[in-house]
Each structure stands twice: as structure tokens, then as C-alpha cells.
Design a protein around this ligand. Sequence first.
Ligand code: FES
Length: 104
Amino acid sequence: MPRITFITVDGERVETDAKAGNSVMEVAKELDLPMLAACGGALACATCHVIVEEDWFEKTGELSEDEEDLLDTAHDLTETSRLCCQIKVSDDLDGLVVRLTPME
Ligand code: FES
């Protein structure tokens, strides 16, 4: 199972073995991490914004145009920002590290 690490806004590291095929957002919700993910993964809210550690960014895949447009509405946007409902867990992402952003 791919291992994923979340870093909370307070700097706490939360590691988990994630099920391939789930989205990173679903993994975060299962862990009860502070993330709104208000639209449930429908690409309509931007409240699942995470910052991917630089080395991992490319491995998380291409952003769709819709994701890019929605990300523009997120606070604290960075070069490696993603909407994590759009990142699918796979074996290639074993070791992935993402930072949560403040809940709005
Ligand atoms: S959960 Fe709404 S865009 Fe990801």
C-alpha cells in the first residue's frame, strides 16, 4: 500500500498506508484531518487545496483545465498546489508528502 504523509498547518506529520484508487482527499477525510472538501470531490469548491512537496509534484500528474481554473480561486496558491480530490493514490505515489492549507 502506498504510504502518504500529510503535514498539518501546525506542522504535525500524519502518515498512513493509503488504498490505491482512492483520491488523496478521501484518504485525508478518512483520517479526519482538518480539510473541508466541501464538494466531495466534484471539482467545484477548492477546499481540498494542498501543497505537494516539490519532488513529488510532477508525479501527481497533469492538472486539468478545470482544476487550474478552480485553483486560481484558492488562498495561498503555490507552484505545487493541487486540489487533492484530483490526485489518485497509486503505487507510484508511495512516499508522497502533501501539506494541508488552512481551512477557510
Ligand atoms: S473536494 Fe471540492 S474540489 Fe476537491
